[in-house]
Design a protein around this ligand. Structure first.
Ligand code: SF4
Length: 273
C-alpha cells in the first residue's frame, strides 16, 4: 500500500523552527499578501504569515504535489510543503537573497538553502568566514544558526523548473519588501545569489525605501553598488549591494563558482562597515 503522504506540515504541529501556529492568518491572493505583509506587527509574525501563504495557485499546487510524491531518496521523510520563510539573525548586518526554494531542498526541510547541494556549498562558505555556526545545514532543528546574517528568497515557494512567472514574483514581492524594511536598521550589506535574485531584490529595496541608482547596474560575480539607506534610519553611510554567482550544482561542477570565489564575497560582506 502506498503511504498517504501529507501535502504539507500543518502550522504549529511541532515541526522544528515552524514560525506559524494554527491561528496564523493565510493570504489567498495578491491583495491579501499586501495586506498581511503590511500589517505584520513584527518580524516573527511576518515570517509566520509568509510560511502559510497560499496566494499563487500554481505554486501551491506544485509544492504540495512534490511533497506528496517525494523523491525516492527522501521517500520516508515528511516534506514541509509550505512557503519557506526568511530565516536567521533578526538584526543582521548581512542580508542574503536567493531566488526560490528547491523542490526537494527548502520545500522538504522548511528552511531556506537547507537540504540541497547549493546549500551545502553556501553554508560551508558561511561557516568558513564565521557567518554560520555549523558547516552544514541539513534539516530544521539541526542546531545551525546564522551569525549576523539573514537569508530570504525573492519567491518563497518552490517553482516548477526553478522558474517562477513574472506574476508570481510580483505577488510574492511584499513579503520580501516588508522583511527587507524590517531589518534595514541593522543591515550593512545585501548579497544577491544569482542574477534572478539581483533583479528580484531591486523592487523590494525600492519599496523598503532604499535610494537606488539608475540605470540598474549589471549583475556579475563581485558586482558592487552602494545604496542610500532608507530615510529615518540611524545609518547614514551607504549600504552595499553585492552580487555573487549562485552556488548551483551547474556552477560549482563547472568551476564557474569556486570555494575561494564564494568566500571572497562573504568576507567582503562581513568586513563592510
Ligand atoms: S510564492 Fe510567495 S506569494 Fe506565492 S504562494 Fe508562495 S509565499 Fe505566497
Amino acid at each position: 500500500m502506498p503511504t498517504a503522504n501529507a501535502p504539507f506540515v500543518p502550522p504549529g504541529s511541532g515541526w522544528p523552527e515552524d514560525p506559524a501556529s494554527p491561528d496564523t492568518p493565510v493570504a489567498h491572493g495578491a491583495g491579501e499578501v499586501v495586506e498581511l505583509a503590511g500589517s505584520s506587527p513584527d518580524l516573527d509574525e511576518l515570517c509566520a504569515r509568509q510560511s502559510v501563504c497560499r496566494a499563487c495557485e500554481r505554486l501551491v499546487e506544485w509544492r504540495e504535489q512534490v511533497a506528496v510524491r517525494r523523491r525516492r531518496a527522501f521517500a520516508d521523510e515528511e516534506y514541509w510543503g509550505r512557503p519557506v520563510a526568511g530565516w536567521g539573525d533578526p538584526e543582521p548586518h548581512i542580508m542574503i537573497v536567493g531566488l526560490a526554494p528547491a523542490a526537494h531542498g527548502g520545500n522538504r526541510t522548511g528552511r531556506i538553502f537547507t537540504g540541497d547541494r547549493s546549500g551545502d556549498w553556501l553554508f560551508a562558505s558561511l561557516h568558513r568566514v564565521g557567518l554560520a555556526a555549523l558547516p552544514t545545514s541539513v534539516r530544521a532543528g539541526d542546531g545551525q544558526r546564522l551569525i549576523g546574517a539573514r537569508m530570504a528568497a525573492t519567491v518563497r515557494c518552490a517553482p516548477p523548473d526553478n522558474k517562477p512567472t513574472p506574476l508570481e514574483r510580483t505577488t510574492c514581492l511584499p513579503w520580501l519588501a516588508r522583511e527587507v524594511a524590517a531589518v534595514a536598521a541593522s543591515v550593512r550589506c545585501i548579497v544577491c545569489l544569482g542574477g534572478f535574485a539581483w533583479q528580484g531584490v531591486w523592487p523590494a529595496l525600492r519599496q523598503a525605501g532604499y535610494g537606488l541608482p539608475r540605470p540598474r547596474p549589471k549583475f556579475g560575480h563581485g558586482a558592487e553598488v552602494e545604496l542610500a539607506p532608507p530615510s529615518g534610519h540611524a545609518r547614514r553611510d551607504p549600504v552595499l549591494l553585492l552580487g555573487s554567482y549562485h552556488p548551483s550544482q551547474q556552477n560549482t561542477f563547472t568551476g564557474r563558482v569556486t570555494e575561494e570565489m564564494l568566500d571572497a564575497v562573504f568576507v567582503r560582506a562581513r568586513d563592510y562597515e
